[in-house]
Design a protein around this ligand. Structure first.
Ligand SMILES: Cc1cc2nc3c(=O)[nH]c(=O)nc-3n(C[C@H](O)[C@H](O)[C@H](O)COP(=O)(O)OP(=O)(O)OC[C@H]3O[C@@H](n4cnc5c(N)ncnc54)[C@H](O)[C@@H]3O)c2cc1C
Length: 421
């Protein structure tokens, strides 16, 4: 017999877990299905932005979040080639409670959200449960079919299904919603190297060489490194092998020569097929897409997690009441897109601009950093670094916790533990 929930959420990433928590706090019966057995899934970025930390405070989770192991990034800078660096985004200029990006392993953040949600009686999280199909009747989505880790299958009927299953969303595909793809010149390869006490990485500072660059994210125990190269170069990189890849990395960052041997094989290097796309419609009757399922984000600016979370807050704010009343109409679902479309378009437009003017020319070997006039301008007017910092840290139309989801909890101000970057 089919099970029932008022709302079924496909995917327990940032969007799905925030949506599940908020709806549960409104008393809505909500079930989140996550295909992995834990949150230690593929690397998906570790950034928690000032606006997300503000939201966690509003949810009464600020103190718990501050206890997570984390480092803080206050500055994004580019080397100028003469041993100096130019700060292009200075988050410490922001007039916000947390003027930095916290680097927190994403599984820690997701576990925190899952623990908070588990305190709500109307919340259910099912790990190792993969949605395989939508249940549809006369065009309306009535719920999902799933398969668990041990091969059992079942179905859950729901008034609303929310696709939070990321860039390759099966729910979106089954609903015949197709995103418009925008061309992207880059792919990314992620790997880790040990962090040494003598390392002086103090900022998010891309290191460029002809045709490629790398971004180092310092974490308390290790360095998370993104190697950015030409789109479609993965087969070539893998064919060239780990020795060539290590040489590549040392050329970019000679200071990691002492530990690059920790990369044993190309299996330690994860390829990300960078996508930038957006749905025209985010819903059909009975189903809504949010987060990467509605708009896959490029890693440029590291803003995808923040945007996915903001979508979830908007969706919970607009849909909690209709869900309680059993009155979720397509028009209501359309309001979520109406609220989140402009911020999404603006952020994606900026990412596309950065692809064209900064990262594209670097991976094509035409330049080693941002255009010279931009560097000159930032050099002459350092206060210019406020704008990119605001766009990265706060963004367009930050969402706030709706009253039903707020909980008291003293916020730990800016004294969160961890290394300052
Ligand atoms: C390698 C990489 C690095 C990135 N770095 C950053 C960064 O530093 N900062 C940043 O802000 N953004 C970054 N991004 C983008 C960011 O990860 C996404 O924008 C963000 O995670 C979107 O959140 P989401 O919840 O919509 O989707 P996801 O985080 O993709 O979550 C989707 C969830 O759904 C689950 N799922 C998928 N299919 C099913 C199914 N059929 N049934 C059940 N569960 C399913 C998945 O296991 C996953 O847990 C990065 C992305 C990648 C791939």
């Amino acid at each position: 017999m089919a099970e029932r929930s008022t709302c079924v959420v496909v995917g327990g990433g940032p969007a799905g877990m925030v949506l599940g928590l908020l709806l549960a706090r409104a008393g809505v019966d909500v079930t989140v299905l996550e295909k992995h057995s834990d949150f230690l899934r593929d690397f998906r970025g570790d950034t928690v932005h000032p606006s997300t930390m503000q939201l966690l405070d509003e949810l009464g989770l600020g103190e718990r979040f501050a206890r997570l192991p984390q480092s803080q990034l206050r500055v994004v800078a580019f080397p100028t080639g003469d041993g100096r660096r130019i700060v292009v985004a200075d988050l410490s200029r922001l007039k916000v409670r947390y003027p930095y990006v916290a680097m927190v392993p994403q599984w820690d953040l997701l576990n925190l959200l899952a623990e908070a949600a588990a305190e709500e009686p109307s919340f259910t999280l099912r790990m190792h449960t993969e949605v395989t199909e939508l249940i549809r009747k006369s065009g309306r989505v009535l719920g999902v079919r799933y398969r668990t880790g041990d091969g059992a299958t079942g179905e859950i009927r729901a008034d609303l299904t929310v696709a939070c299953d990321g860039r390759w969303s099966i729910a979106r595909k089954q609903a015949d919603l197709r995103p418009r793809e925008f061309p992207v010149p880059i792919d990314a390869w992620w790997f880790r190297l040990p962090r040494h006490p003598q390392d002086t990485v103090t900022a998010l500072m891309p290191q460029a060489a002809k045709g490629r660059f790398a971004v180092v994210i310092p974490r308390p125990e290790h360095l998370q490194i993104a190697y950015i190269g030409r789109k479609g170069a993965d087969p070539e990189l893998r064919a060239a092998g780990i020795e060539a890849f290590r040489r590549n990395i040392v050329e970019l960052m000679p200071w990691v020569a002492d530990r690059v041997g920790e990369l044993r094989s190309m299996d330690d290097v994860k390829h990300l097929d960078v996508r930038l796309n957006r749905l025209h419609r985010w819903h059909v009757d009975g189903l809504l897409c949010i987060g990467d399922a509605a708009h896959a984000m490029s890693p440029v600016g590291g803003v995808g997690i923040n945007l996915a979370i903001q979508d979830a807050v908007a969706a919970a704010t607009l849909l909690a009441e209709p869900l309680q009343a059993g009155a979720v109409t397509p028009a209501r679902l359309g309001r979520v897109r109406a609220r989140r479309l402009l911020p999404t378009i603006l952020v994606q437009s900026l990412q596309r601009f950065m692809h064209r003017t900064v990262v594209g020319p670097i991976v094509e070997g035409r330049r080693m950093g941002p255009p010279r006039p931009v560097l000159k301008l930032v050099n002459r007017l350092p206060q210019m670094s406020y704008l990119p910092a605001y766009l990265i840290g706060v963004g367009f139309r930050p969402e706030h916790a709706p009253p039903f989801a707020r909980r008291p909890g003293s916020h730990p101000a800016t004294t969160a533990p961890g290394r300052t970057g």
